[in-house]
Design a binder for this molecule. Structure first.
Ligand code: C2E
Ligand code: CA
Ligand code: CA
Length: 756
């Protein structure tokens, strides 16, 4: 119960509570009026005593605590029972030491509480919310209202206050706040908090480094050991990273297996590199999750504020570009944005960024490459090969984007889209009355490790009423698949469904006879590298091809020879009784409409393509100077859709010069006749030239080397300059003199591009 200090008469307390005698007088009067009207006995001390008892009763039964204090820094003269309960402190103690309450307030809130008391001193009513540690050491949130009583002279004569314990409400709010700002799995700040933090840091303009960490091949853990183990691993990873976060650092989980670490005021960049190395080293110690010992590595991309970006989005994008480079360098390393901005990583970055939208925008399409039987060229099936028509980069080869899709998990969606699309096309053909042939689809090992493949295939077959024997799934031999029993089970289930299974690129990678024995595929596809070497009189390659064909016969598996381009190859394959031929000799991969025409005809002729040279396409309007050796140059993207972009340069080789443009070689696949403008830099006759231009045509020069026709965009001065240089070089050439001060490359083209 509330304790009345000094055992004052209750009358006085009531007076204090309501500040002056008027109220008491009022009470008296009211009672008297009532008395007159109702014939009640007149008011006396006893009635007042009763009233006081009532008030006391009410106060002591309130869950809130009520207190009264004389003057600003006067004594506490009244405190209710609730007050004692909330503070968990005997009232006698509270009365004795006034400062006790202030001591209970949490340090971060002391300033606010003091400020509020200053407002009270000025006669203002205040309400505040603050946490305390109560007499028993528990954390509590209090809502307190304080009402000062001011006399005519403006002096605060009394202060009345009420505290309410709102811990429960605050706990809920704190939890909500936690959920909104923290990741519940790792308890690290989440993306929202990270974004706020980045925005703040950018606004404050303190220098910081941003490290973008991505756990390498995390999907393997998730897919092969399950999400529960994956989650546990992430928790452990988060803990290890937290331990490595510097004092003025910040660590957040951006999404699934991506973490961001910020290091403010890092001083010397070296400190950041050392930190990155420390992180990489710390992962050398394996993670033990339940019964599994996991060897996990991480890749890191680093960017600096403000030098490399002044806004949140730019910084994250730049760090991601650097991360990409790290992945490309074989993972488990760190890369700086400043080093990773060349065209190729820029392209990868753009493709990765746009892939999600590409499915929605229907930028993917399926091409069909017919498979024929070798003697008459009758069509026996086709392989579907995906194509991506990117709005800026043009046709993107699956060899380029499928590995990216495997890294960013989009591959599963893409493959499912393909499976459904193929089933719907087969349905369409059946309705049109076309003769049907099996279609094979490439299935990335990643898709095999994700649950539900068999179920998905079954559903699509049923939905489109497709006979399963028209569907074949191609898998490549890979170390991942070889050992995994669950993959073997999936293959078995697929075969039970009636779907066929082919082993792709047989002979490369990890193929073993044991693998064939376990998988029992319906089809083996001999990799094109073996076929290519048939004509080179290489007895070994011929032997390998003949043996695979023999093996196929013995094991009752069909054998497809891939990459057949020449008649000689076909003859050899025919002699060795190859079942099916797939290659440019019969047909390149073609769009659906063209394939429909092919199946309606039913057979294809072998036509050996002659290799035409690109020089036919070069601009004949200008005199062209053919260089004795390639000249070393650099190229970069200057503009995309009239927007200037910041991309680092990539080495090129220049083959000839004219006023209209140059012919260059590059190991990059770049879009021609697109909205991309390029900048070229090179040095001839001691002069540094920088010109802008567009790519007009492309041709396959060698394996992974392309030649391009560049059309210059020259102004008058530059044109005169180029004309003088070309003239001087021509004169030197005619007079058999060397061309000085020019960066010639004497390496072979492939050697050059492998070096850079
Ligand atoms: P792959 O499965 O070995 O596919 C055969 C590749 O060889 C295709 O390249 C095809 O165009 C090419 N090719 C066919 N005949 C000849 C020939 O006579 N000579 C030469 N030099 N090449 C020939 P493409 O379409 O660029 O595909 C490259 C790789 O990308 C494929 O190799 C496959 O691993 C992957 N891929 C292609 N399409 C898909 C797809 O739809 N899904 C998935 N997951 N991967 C795909
Ligand atoms: Ca294939
Ligand atoms: Ca293949």
């Amino acid at each position: 119960m509330g304790v009345l200090r000094h055992k004052e008469p209750k009358m006085n307390i009531l007076k204090r509570l309501f500040n002056n005698e008027e109220i008491v007088e009022e009470t008296r009067k009211n009672a008297a009026i009532t008395d007159i009207n109702t014939d009640m006995p007149p008011i006396d001390e006893k009635t007042i005593e009763n009233e006081i008892n009532n008030f006391q009763y009410i106060f002591d039964h309130l869950t809130s605590g009520i207190w009264l204090r004389e003057k600003l820094d006067g004594d506490l003269v009244y405190a209710s029972k609730g007050f004692e309960e909330i503070l968990n402190l005997p009232l006698t103690k509270i009365y004795k030491t006034l400062s006790l309450r202030y001591q209970m307030v949490h340090p971060q809130y002391k300033k606010e509480v003091t400020a509020n008391f200053q407002s009270v001193a000025q006669g203002k009513t205040v309400q505040m919310l603050y946490p305390i540690t109560d007499g028993k050491g528990q954390k509590k949130w209090l809502l307190e209202q304080i009402i000062p009583r001011v006399d005519n002279a403006g002096t605060v004569t009394q202060i009345f206050g009420m505290i309410t314990d709102v811990t429960h409400e605050m706990d809920i709010e704190e939890k909500l706040n936690f959920l909104a700002n923290y990741d519940s799995l790792t308890r690290l700040p989440n993306q929202k908090s990270l974004f706020e933090m980045l925005d703040n840091n950018c606004r404050e303009r303190t220098t910081f480094a941003l490290l973008y960490l991505d756990i390498d091949r995390f999907y393997v853990i998730n897919n092969s050991l399950g999400y529960q183990i994956g989650d546990e691993a992430l928790k452990e990873i988060a803990e290890r990273l937290s331990g490595l976060t510097p004092e003025d650092g910040y660590l957040a989980r951006l999404n699934s297996n991506d973490f961001i670490m910020l290091v403010k005021n890092y001083g010397d960049e070296k400190r950041v590199y050392e930190l990155a190395e420390k992180i990489l080293r710390s992962f050398e110690k394996s993670f033990t999750i339940q019964d599994y010992v996991l060897h996990i590595t991480t890749s890191i991309g680093i960017t600096f504020f403000p030098e490399e970006g002044e806004r949140r989005l730019t910084l994250l994008e730049n760090a991601h570009t650097a991360l990409f480079q790290a992945k490309r360098q074989g993972k488990n390393n760190y890369q700086l944005f400043s080093h990773s901005r060349d065209i190729s990583s820029y392209k990868k970055y753009v493709l990765d960024r746009d892939m999600r939208l590409a499915l929605l925008n229907e930028e993917f399409s399926l091409y069909f490459q017919p498979q024929v039987e070798p003697s008459k060229g009758f069509v026996v099936g086709a392989e579907v090969l995906i194509r991506w028509q990117h709005p800026e980069w043009g046709d993107i080869s699956p060899a380029e984007f499928i590995p990216l899709a495997e890294e960013n998990h989009m591959v599963n969606q893409i493959i499912d889209w393909e499976i459904e699309k193929v089933c719907s096309i087969l349905h369409e053909w059946k309705k049109k009355g076309y003769r049907l042939y099996p279609i094979s689809i490439n299935i990335s090992p990643i898709r095999f490790m994700k649950k539900g493949l068999v179920e998905f295939v079954r559903t699509q077959l049923e939905k489109y009423e497709v006979n399963p024997r028209y569907l074949e799934l191609e898998i490549t031999e890979s170390s991942l698949l070889k050992t995994d029993q669950s993959v073997l089970n999936i293959l078995k289930e697929l075969k039970n469904l009636g779907v066929k299974v082919a082993v792709d690129d047989f002979g490369t990678g990890y193929s073993s006879l044991d693998y064939l024995r376990k998988i029992k595929p319906d089809t083996i596809k001999i990799d094109k590298t073996f076929i290519k070497n048939i004509k080179s009189e290489s007895e070994i390659d011929k032997g390998v091809v003949a043996s695979i064909l023999f093996l196929g016969k013995r094991l009752d598996m069909k054998v497809v020879a891939e990459g057949v381009e020449e008649k000689d190859q076909l003859d050899f394959l025919k002699q060795n009784e190859c079942d099916m031929i797939q290659g440019f000799l019969f047909s390149e991969p073609v769009p659906q409409e063209k394939y429909e025409k092919i199946i309606q005809v039913g057979y294809l002729k072998a036509v050996q393509k002659s290799k035409k040279k690109g020089s036919m396409r070069e601009n004949r309007n200008f005199y062209r100077f053919e260089l004795p050796f390639h000249v070393h140059g650099k190229m970069t993207i200057a503009e995309v859709n009239n927007q200037v972009v910041q991309v680092g340069s990539t080495p090129i080789l220049i083959e000839n010069f004219s006023l209209g443009g140059i012919k260059i070689l590059s190991n990059l696949k770049l879009p021609v006749n697109s909205n991309m403008k390029f900048k070229f830099e090179f040095k001839v006759l001691g002069e540094d030239i920088e010109v802008h231009g567009k790519l007009r045509w492309i041709e396959d020069e060698l394996q992974d080397v392309y030649s391009y026709g560049v059309l210059f965009n020259l102004n008058r001065t530059l044109e005169d300059h180029m004309a003088r240089l070309i003239n001087r070089m021509t004169t030197l050439r005619i007079t058999n003199q060397p061309i000085p001060n020019t960066e010639f490359v004497y390496d072979q083209v492939t050697v050059f591009f492998n070096k850079v």
